[in-house]
Design a protein around this ligand. Structure first.
Ligand SMILES: NC(=O)C1=CN([C@@H]2O[C@H](COP(=O)(O)OP(=O)(O)OC[C@H]3O[C@@H](n4cnc5c(N)ncnc54)[C@H](O)[C@@H]3O)[C@@H](O)[C@H]2O)C=CC1
Ligand SMILES: CCCCCC(=O)O
Length: 531
């Protein structure tokens, strides 16, 4: 083994032993307060870039720094400087070096590091969840579930790492062929701001399980928690450069997409940006995974269990302050049960506890930014202008607690009397706004539900088993639910049809998007030449 590889492998084993021995959590962010954070008290002092196995302070910063806010209070959490070409090059170079070693390890060896990372995430669950809340604004209850999903994803793909294999094919004359499932190289992950820690895990876990390394760029709106995962992978024994974090916006993202040493891009974000990613990737003929926007239908038939249908509609619209790509924001209700449904869904929506996202009783925290809050409120205004009725919510909300007064809150909104041509029915609002539509027949609702350029998710509530599967079969969507909504176990694929994206995340199929097959044909006789 070459000297440098031997040294890296030795480092890998030493790191793993050290992390297994050291009970503490070296490298955690240095907070000025105790571990239990309260809104308005966290100060982020450590650098948020990470490559070559450690946090990196940018040296010759050319771009001016941008403020990062705490949505719950409107306070500046930290200043963020975007990585430039030299920084991106350093991070990709670090990832390339790690790939040389990591790609040669057996699946069991990769799994060991990943399972240790999962253990460390579990140990730091509360800390990670609290920091996620401070930077994103979602409730601590949801943030804990997001951290769990991230850990489960890493555990799941650690198992997948041990099962990666090819195929043997017997050919005539004693010859044979076999396939080798091989990694791609340095993969880029680009994340959105609504599930920052979960998205990092959903992209990095399959990537490293398949033997790749990764450079990840979080959204500049929520840059804080990705570096925690980088630290955890490092503490778990990953080689320097296996998982790296570069901060910045579209310029930094474009530099990553264009980098000649990047083999694949996995993107989560809006449809317009997804199209740009695809264009940039095409110049290097690089495969992409695109997890884009949605405007998904939730269909509630008259024979549904009403209590569960209402719960499903709330889960389909108000998780993460409605900032969820797969949300079922077009709620089609069969006309015969519409009045009872509206009465109950409005009662439950009004009862949603809005406030300090770090409090256990809160179920709706702050939207991610002031501009985004204003965009969502403008959609409600437009809906009223176009004739929809606001049954509840859709207004700015100011909590009683004075430290939250400048936060980005609104009351969750239910719109009634919506028609298919309204803006609130055609466009993704990405906020807590449920648009309710009435329908009469199955054929009618299927046609209307499919009348969208998007196809991320879809849901059906009915007790009629045949109808449930018949309707789901005919809905043009990639992530579907029967008698529930927005349940995303990491064992099954997540992703959309049509303009909602390409490829999948989670589930066994995702291995296909982070590996490639080499075919080897072995001649056991002589060459039967035609010349
Ligand atoms: N399908 C899914 O799983 C999800 C989809 N989304 C979608 O994302 C949108 C909200 O998230 P945003 O962060 O506002 O989306 P966005 O598209 O504005 O940004 C997403 C990421 O792309 C980066 N970016 C922006 N322009 C770029 C460029 N030219 N080249 C490279 N990178 C670039 C941003 O810095 C950010 O990290 C919504 O449309 C939502 O539906 C959000 C979460 C999950
Ligand atoms: C319910 C959770 C769905 C996660 C997809 C997203 O990142 O928006």
């Amino acid at each position: 083994m070459k000297g440098s590889n031997f040294r890296i492998l030795k480092h890998l084993k030493m790191n793993l032993l050290r992390s297994l021995r050291t009970p503490g959590l070296r490298g955690a962010l240095h907070y000025t307060e105790t571990r239990t954070i309260t809104s308005g008290t966290l100060h982020i002092k450590d650098p948020l870039n990470f490559w070559c196995g450690g946090r990196v302070n940018l040296k010759d910063v050319k771009t001016k720094s941008e403020p990062v806010y705490e949505p719950a209070t409107g306070r500046v959490l930290c200043q963020l400087q975007a990585c430039g070409a030299a920084d991106v090059d350093a991070a990709v170079g670090s990832a390339s070096a790690a790939f040389t070693v990591w790609s040669k390890l057996a699946g069991m060896e990769r799994a060991k590091v990943m399972l240790e990372a999962a253990r460390l995430i579990e140990k730091r669950r509360e800390e990670i969840a609290e920091i996620e809340v401070v930077n994103n604004g979602k409730s601590i209850t949801e943030a804990r579930l997001d951290v769990d999903s991230a850990r489960l994803c890493i555990e799941y793909f650690a198992a997948q790492a041990t099962t990666l294999s090819g195929q043997h094919v017997q050919l005539p004359g004693g010859s044979f062929a076999y396939t080798r499932r091989e990694p791609l190289g340095v993969c880029v992950g680009i994340g959105a701001w609504n599930y920052p820690f979960q998205i990092v895990a959903w992209k990095s876990a399959p990537a490293i399980a398949c033997g790749n390394s990764m450079v990840f760029k979080p959204s500049p709106v929520t840059p804080v928690t990705a570096v925690l995962l980088a630290e955890i992978y490092s503490q778990a024994g990953a080689p320097e450069g296996l998982f790296n974090v570069v901060q910045g916006g579209q310029e930094t993202g474009s530099l990553l997409c264009h980098h000649p040493s990047v083999a694949k891009i996995s993107f989560t974000g809006s449809v317009p940006t997804g199209k740009k990613i695809m264009e940039m990737a095409s110049r290097g003929v690089k495969p992409v995974t695109l997890e884009l926007g949605g405007k998904s239908p939730l269909i509630i038939f008259e024979d549904s269990d009403l209590e569960n249908a209402v719960r499903g509609a709330l889960m389909a619209n108000f998780l993460s302050q409605g900032q969820v790509c797969s949300n079922g924001t077009r709620v089609f209700v069969q006309s015969s049960i519409l009045p009872q449904f509206l009465k109950e869904v409005v009662r439950r929506t009004k009862a949603i506890q809005i406030g300090d996202p770090l409090l256990d009783e809160t179920r709706m925290g702050a939207l991610v930014s002031k501009p985004h809050l204003e965009k969502v409120l403008a959609y409600v205004k437009q809906a009223k202008k176009e004739g929809a009725r606001v049954l509840c919510g859709g207004e700015p909300f100011i909590p009683a607690d004075s430290k939250l007064k400048a936060g980005y809150y609104m009351t969750p909104c239910v719109l009634d009397g919506c028609t298919d041509d309204m803006t609130c029915v055609r466009e993704e609002i990405f906020g807590p706004v449920m648009s309710v539509l009435s329908f009469d027949t199955e054929d009618e609702v299927l046609r209307r539900a499919n009348d969208s350029a998007l196809g991320l998710a879809a849901g059906v509530f009915t007790k009629d088993v045949k109808r449930a599967h018949r309707v789901i079969e005919n809905l043009q969507a990639g992530s579907c639910f029967i008698n529930n909504y927005n349940i995303t176990p990491v064992e099954v694929p997540f992703g959309g049809y049509k303009a909602s994206g390409i490829g999948r995340e989670n589930g066994q199929v995702t291995i296909e998007f982070y590996s490639q097959l080499k075919t080897v044909v072995v001649e056991m006789g002589d060459v039967d030449s035609l010349f």
